[in-house]
Design a binder for this molecule. Structure first.
Ligand SMILES: Nc1ncnc2c1ncn2[C@@H]1O[C@H](COP(=O)(O)OP(=O)(O)OP(=O)(O)O)[C@@H](O)[C@H]1O
Ligand SMILES: [Mg+2]
Length: 415
């Protein structure tokens, strides 16, 4: 670490005493050349009397000494500040190196964690999964490891449909993607800001110490949907997801796979809602694992193209790999963004797509269901009329696009 460097006293004397004296002398000599000035000074000095002369000489001497002392102190202070800056820069360098080390460790943890498949470690003790008969809520995860297939769209619109049907259900949406698309779609901007700033977001569900009363603070209303509630996500979730996973990697006793279950499977919470929908990210995060260990059902949305189909076996084997810790029933695959030739007839490409999907699903798991109802590709979904509003809050959109799937889902979960 840099230490304070003492200034060279000779240099300080030359710079701060000798130079000013030299400059002042030069000025005096120059002033002397002005006609009358020297005569006036001589006259003033001669007429000042002995006391006056002593005062002039002493004042000049004291002035110069004061000036020199002040200058030297200032110089020392500057040197101290420079040393302090050096010290801070050094500390910053050390912190940056530390941070780099942490990042490298994080990458190593992630790689080794995946290799070791930490999510399948033995369970040393898990909170109880409340039987369906003991609670009113049904927990459903919307999951597909492929991005952009409609998980968020379905979570939001199916949730709103179920909350606005003739026999409305009490719905809770939980946003588990740090990109917070579901949150932005469901909650007024001002309320989002307040909840985000006070940290009342879904990353708190991964906080082991979260009390039941604090859980209530996380729950916000869905814009214009009286029986709809949501727990929003924010960017902090990415870090919290990762830190929680890393902690489990380092301390296997600190099991982080059942944190949602320990909260949501308490009767006081599970009886407040009829349906809880988890909007999962297209990734294997701590939140995704937690959603699965608390869920009764999984819904897999897909588009009807080959790229989307590729993700289905991957998603199924991801869920099946976790069977030792999570046993949700895969309640079905829902086709999204379909195009009709003339209702109910699909365009040729999507007729073929649907046949191919059924084939593929059957090959992966003969018991797996493909929903009869589908969601049509529509500009009412892609371009919200209002920014912070789920499209299904509009009755026309709801009836035309999402209610058939919502009704089928409702029948299948027996609600
Ligand atoms: N039926 C539809 N009609 C028109 N656009 C749609 C439809 N479904 C989804 N989209 C659009 O496709 C995009 C992706 O949808 P969405 O965000 O629901 O997918 P996702 O699976 O949640 O994606 P991610 O994996 O990134 O979370 C969005 O812009 C959405 O508006
Ligand atoms: Mg999404």
């Amino acid at each position: 670490m840099a230490s304070a460097k003492k200034p060279n006293i000779l240099w300080v004397f030359i710079k701060n005493v000798a130079s000013p004296v030299f400059i002042i002398s030069a000025i005096v000599l120059a002033v002397k050349q002005i006609p009358g000035v020297l005569d006036f000074l001589q006259w003033a000095f001669a007429n000042a009397g002995t006391t006056g002369q002593v005062v002039i000489v002493v004042t000049t001497g004291v002035g110069l000494t004061y000036f020199a002392v002040v200058s030297m102190n200032r110089q020392e202070r500057v040197a101290e500040l420079k040393a302090e800056r050096g010290m801070l820069e050094e500390r910053l360098r050390l912190k940056e190196a530390e941070l780099k080390q942490v990042e490298e460790n994080n990458i190593r943890l992630a790689e080794e964690g995946v290799k070791e498949d930490i999510w399948r470690r033995d369970v040393l003790g898990a909170p109880r999964f409340l039987e369906k008969e003991e609670r009113s809520a049904r927990f459903i995860a919307l999951l597909n490891l492929k991005g952009g297939v409609g998980k968020t769209t379905l979570a939001a619109n199916l949730g709103v449909c179920l909350a606005l049907m003739d026999r409305p259900l009490k719905v809770l949406l939980i946003d588990l993607d740090f990109q917070a698309t579901l949150s932005n779609m469901s909650v007024e901007a001002a309320a989002l800001l307040v909840a985000g700033q006070s940290g009342n977001t879904s990353s708190r569900l991964l906080d082991r110490t979260l009390a039941r009363d604090d859980f209530a603070k996380l729950v916000l209303g869905i814009n214009r949907v009286p029986t709809g509630r949501i727990i929003i996500a924010d960017v902090a979730l990415e870090r919290v997801d990762f830190q929680t996973q890393a902690r489990f990697f380092l301390e296997p006793k600190n099991d982080v796979r059942f944190l949602f279950r320990s909260l949501l499977h308490q009767r006081e919470i599970a009886d407040k809602f009829d349906v809880v929908l988890f909007d999962c990210p297209p990734r294997l995060t701590t939140s995704t694992v937690n959603a699965l260990t608390s869920s009764d059902y999984v819904v897999i949305p897909t588009k009807l193209d080959e790229r989307s189909f590729e993700a289905i076996p991957r998603t199924l084997s991801f869920i099946n790999n976790l069977r030792t810790i999570a046993q949700p029933k895969i309640i079905g695959v829902v086709a999204n963004e379909v195009q009709f030739w003339r209702r109910p007839k699909l365009i040729k490409a999507h007729q073929n797509g649907m046949a191919r999907l059924k084939e593929l699903v059957k090959a992966s798991d003969p018991d797996l269901y493909v929903f009869e109802a589908m969601v049509e590709l529509s500009t009412d979904v892609a371009f919200n009329k209002e920014k912070n509003l789920v499209p299904s809050a509009d009755k026309g959109v709801r009836k035309a696009l999402f209610e058939p799937v919502a009704t089928e889902l409702r029948t299948r979960i027996g609600k």
